[in-house]
Design a protein around this ligand. Structure first.
Ligand code: PEP
Ligand code: MN
Length: 263
């Protein structure tokens, strides 16, 4: 069902008026984790200043260590919704547990399925039964074929509103947090009819590489770029080394707009 052979036309996903999959280029920006109303509000205002609509923020955080900040959960989703309604933005947030999905739909516009859950088949099936878009990230060590099968699980349940997101894979290379598999973008665009985005924060894990990686993503045909922004990354409760602060975010956006077709 994900195959372009079955459906030659691009799938277009409408999120608050942004039409993803039409060839325009979109930006999903926001903090790694929701920490407070004030924190999200500051980021939301910066997004508005750049004319962006799609705000990300993690409420349920899949942390490697059980002792790390696990996110604010439903409270975090409520903060995102409140700020998004005040600023007229869309909310994209990761859900970890299929049991939280129904309640989360009151607060999110797009359900994110993270890399660690790309093969959580019960979660994929549950996301297939909802009527909201799903942003599906590539697994940490998933092949492109496995990634497409994960999307197939969602589509097989009737939800065709899927955005694929390349976020880097595990390799022997240590210079970056993960290895951004940039050629996955045109392969996924050729093989499937779904929009494809690139997460430059989790793939590179390096602030100095966000801009070049984003340029590469757009140049190679990605429908959008995801990156993390935090008002004060130094004190962030997760991913503090790689989130942009607000002035860096404005610099990033001003620079990338020179390369983006439409945003
Ligand atoms: C995230 O986007 O918040 C995240 C945890 O990313 P990933 O699932 O790609 O590691
Ligand atoms: Mn993060």
């Amino acid at each position: 069902l994900v195959s372009r052979k079955k459906k030659p036309d691009d799938t277009i996903i409408n999120i608050k008026g942004e039409q993803i999959g039409t060839g325009e280029q979109h930006f999903v920006m926001g903090p790694c984790a929701v920490e407070s109303y004030e924190q999200v509000k500051q980021v939301a205002k910066a997004l508005k200043d750049q004319g962006l609509t799609l705000m990300r923020g993690g409420a349920f955080k899949p942390r490697t260590s059980p002792y790390d900040f696990q996110g604010l959960g439903m409270e975090g989703l409520k903060i995102l919704r409140r700020v998004a309604d005040e600023e007229n933005l869309a909310v994209i947030s990761e859900i970890l547990n299929p049991n939280d999905l129904e309640e989360a739909l009151d607060y999110v516009d797009v359900v994110q399925i993270g890399a660690r859950n790309m093969q959580n088949f019960e979660l994929l099936k549950a996301a297939g039964s909802i009527r909201k878009p799903v942003l599906l990230k590539r697994g940490l060590s998933a092949t492109i074929e496995e990634f497409m099968y994960a999307a197939e699980y969602i589509l097989a349940q009737g939800n065709d509103q899927i955005i694929l997101c390349e976020r880097g894979i595990r390799t022997y290379e240590k210079a970056t947090r993960n290895t951004l598999d940039i050629s996955a973008v045109p392969i996924l665009k050729q093989e499937t009819h779904l929009p494809v985005m690139v997460d430059v924060t989790h793939s590179t894990g390096r602030k100095d590489l966000l801009l070049p990686a984003a340029k590469a993503a757009l140049a190679i045909g990605a429908d959008g770029v995801m990156a993390e922004v935090h008002p004060d990354p130094a004190v962030a409760l997760s991913d503090s080394a790689q989130q942009m602060n607000i002035p860096q975010f404005h610099e990033f956006m001003n620079e990338i707009k020179k390369h983006a077709a439409v945003y």
